[in-house]
Design a protein around this ligand. Structure first.
Ligand SMILES: [Zn+2]
Length: 117
């Protein structure tokens, strides 16, 4: 049995961590502008530009993780949480405990990863 309350709490905690990481990233960004896009002018400091690119990559990754946690919470609400999006079977609760936002069962995940490589 899946303990939905436990999962919900875990996902919400993860969201808080991700959000604080995004906030910190923006603070560290040498090009912290409102629209997050930059115009590269001649003589732009290469190190700062590199720093900004790193921040953007990390931020996008964190945003993706945030979306995953939001999707997990939405699924709990809908009652479709813990069901593999690929084969429709139940995801091992032990796996969900480790990765609450998992959308595939271990078998599908391994198969998908094998295809990628
Ligand atoms: Zn599956």
């Amino acid at each position: 049995m899946i303990d939905f309350n436990k999962i919900k709490n875990k996902v919400k905690k993860q969201q808080a961590i991700i959000l604080s990481r995004i906030r910190r990233l923006r603070h560290d960004d040498p090009f912290s502008t409102v629209d997050r896009s930059i115009i590269v002018e001649p003589g732009t400091d290469a190190a700062a530009l590199f720093g900004h690119e790193q921040v953007v990559v990390l931020e996008n990754q964190l945003k993706r993780e945030l979306k995953e946690t939001e999707a997990a919470l939405a699924k709990i609400k809908k009652g479709t949480y813990g069901i593999c999006e690929r084969c429709g079977k139940r995801i091992d609760p032990k796996r969900l405990e480790v990765k609450p936002q998992a959308v595939y069962c271990l078998k599908c995940k391994n198969e998908l990863e094998a295809k990628k490589n």
